[in-house]
Design a protein around this ligand. Structure first.
Ligand SMILES: [Zn+2]
Length: 385
């Protein structure tokens, strides 16, 4: 296990080409809830290359109303009432059957339906859904447990024991909100502590949608793997997702849907350890003062200074995979040092960009999460020494 990529609508061709060449550092891909059928090619390529293939049903969104839920397995047009679902085994099985029906055959690890775990009832509902899913399929099952970032540690310890007792040996944890640019040390420490509890209960742990936080957690041995989208999904923010799905689509005077400004094109800049908008990345890479500090020399980027922006998806894949591969190839005791150096370099470069190369109106590159990660690593290394 190492890095897992979660595919969006339009990622499959680039991901397929990337995996067909080399997938070093990457251990799995996850198919999109609504367009998995169109992603069959990349799924087969990944499976043939020895990667795991997952399918993310995104059922946690079904607890609320929304304009973008059509196509999510189990969607009935009415929000799920979790109290009712916790009390009704038939309704739970219907949801599981819908998710299994939508899960493509090529998938190697099944993801059960899941909802935000906010208390004892909802977390036990998630466990019940996972257990019943396992009884309904012959494949490996990896539950997703999305928890509030401040989930009580004692309750998490109990939950970890229950998942282990139920026979699960792997789980994906998602903490919400976590992984943005404004996380303090206590929040990160709490997430790592909960990941440790699941690991010591005997489960392999993947930190879902977790960008830099996931990479650091992996470097420090708190998790076995971490996942992200391609230029996006580097953090979890459940309430923001729900707010977004409740926004009515914009209509023009004739009542037709207005196309928004196009898909987000996230350009990862490895030396800044951040993903920028296309416009901002293009400006920075075009500035002769700093472009040499921001270069990527992998694959197509080796031949083009603007490689990260001309093909941002392939660049994202090869640069993130290279970072994962480097960590995986390093003995565990030295990974913390590699990660500190990477984050420290990014902090310095962010300060430089903020003070000298920030256009009027552009936000500062925030440093709080990165600084918390660096301080956290130092804390852990001091404790071991
Ligand atoms: Zn590149």
């Amino acid at each position: 296990m190492a890095l897992e990529f979660q595919l969006d609508h339009q990622d499959h061709k680039k991901v397929e080409d990337f995996i067909a060449r080399s997938a070093a550092g990457v251990s799995a891909i996850s198919l999109h809830p609504k367009v998995a059928a169109a992603q069959h090619g990349v799924a087969e390529t990944a499976r043939d290359a020895g990667l795991e293939v997952l399918y993310d049903p995104r059922t946690e969104r079904l607890e609320h109303e929304g304009f973008t839920l059509q196509g999510i397995p189990g969607y009935t047009g009415t929000p799920y009432n979790l109290d009712a679902l916790a009390a009704n085994v038939d309704q739970r099985q219907q949801l599981i059957d819908a998710v299994l029906g939508a899960t493509p055959d090529v998938v190697t690890i099944v993801t059960p339906p899941h909802f935000l775990a906010r208390d004892a009832r909802t977390s036990h509902l998630d466990l019940a859904l996972a257990e019943a899913t396992r009884l309904s399929t012959d494949k490996r099952v990896r539950p997703v447990l999305m928890m509030k970032a401040r989930f009580p540690v004692a309750d998490a310890a109990e939950l970890a024991r229950e998942y282990a007792a139920a026979g699960f040996d792997e789980i994906e944890l998602r903490f919400t909100p976590l992984g943005g640019e404004d996380d303090g040390i206590p929040k990160i420490r709490a997430a790592f502590t909960i990941a440790d509890l699941f690991r010591s209960a005997g489960l392999k742990v993947v930190l879902g949608r977790s960008g830099n936080v996931g990479q650091t957690a992996y470097a420090l041995g708190h998790v076995d793997g971490y996942s992200m989208g391609i230029g996006q999904m580097e953090h979890v923010n459940h309430s923001a997702d729900i707010t977004r799905q409740k926004q009515p689509p914009k209509l023009d005077e004739e009542g037709n849907k207005v196309k928004s400004g196009g898909a987000w094109q996230g350009v990862y800049i490895p030396n800044l350890a951040t993903t920028l908008s296309m416009k901002r990345a293009r400006t920075l890479l075009g500035h002769t003062d700093v472009r040499t500090k921001l270069l990527c020399r992998i694959d197509h980027c080796a031949n083009s200074l603007l490689g990260p922006v001309t093909d941002y998806r392939s660049h994202y894949l090869h640069s993130r995979a290279a970072e994962a591969e480097r960590l995986a190839a390093t003995p565990p005791a030295w990974r913390g040092k590699i990660e500190t150096d990477r984050l420290q370099r990014a902090l310095e470069l962010r300060e430089l960009v903020n003070t000298k190369y920030r256009a009027a109106g552009e936000p500062e590159l925030k440093v709080r999460t990165l600084q918390s990660l660096v301080d956290g690593i130092e804390e852990e290394r001091a404790a071991v020494a």
